[in-house]
Design a binder for this molecule. Sequence first.
Ligand code: APR
Length: 238
Amino acid sequence: MSTIEITAEDQVFVLTGAGISAESGLPTFRAADGLWEGHRIEDVCTPEAWDRNAELVWQFYSARREAAEKAQPNPGHLALAKLESELGERYLLCTQNVDNLHEKAGSRRLVHMHGELFTSRCSEECGEPPQTDHALYPTLANVARCACGALLRPHIVWFGETPLEMDWITVEIRRSTLMLVVGTSGSVYPAANFVHWARQGGARTVYVGPEAPLNASAFTHVVTGKAGEVLPGLLSVS
Ligand code: APR
């Protein structure tokens, strides 16, 4: 596909998923074997998993922290940061990713709807705000505690929990005229519905990834390719 023109009237909403970080060496979730780095998702990414074995959950997220700390943004992340610098308030980036590669690339108008890897919060929801936390926790005895005494848990939206900032996201999708979705399989809701909400408002909807997502039919354009190869030349701001 040739370039997509962004005009002075456009309001752009971008949704990214695990695929945009794949070229930075961070694995996506739904590999063919159904495991994420050797774990079943229900053993490490649910409130029930936390209740059953908080130590395993922290070992898993400690390994994710270690990998993300070393990873560097790729040309896909950088292209989106450049787009933000050109569009300012006419742009919002919503990511399902918990890594911080968009920030490392320079993105600032950014919402992490599934939480953030380098933030922890009280596991008892005592009201203390989430806190920045880069520590690794190999055993439960190492895990830092909230001011109230409860264990800290990862500030991650697990399966069965409500995504963050949905009111803001909904408003931004409603006013968008162009939705760009990158590297997500279209299998997790509500994110998989965003494209439908954008279409209802009449927006152009573009998907970028090496294979068509499950919700491909809702896109006006599907661009097949890797984010780091496609994004740098895809968009032109006039
Ligand atoms: N560039 C763009 N897309 C890519 C690339 C790449 N280089 N490599 C892989 N992809 C695509 C795959 O084709 C796939 O469609 O990225 C997608 C990754 O899909 P998933 O692993 O399902 O990840 P995602 O859609 O982000 O998962 C959504 O599920 O596990 C939960 O909360 C977690 O945020 C996550 C959510």
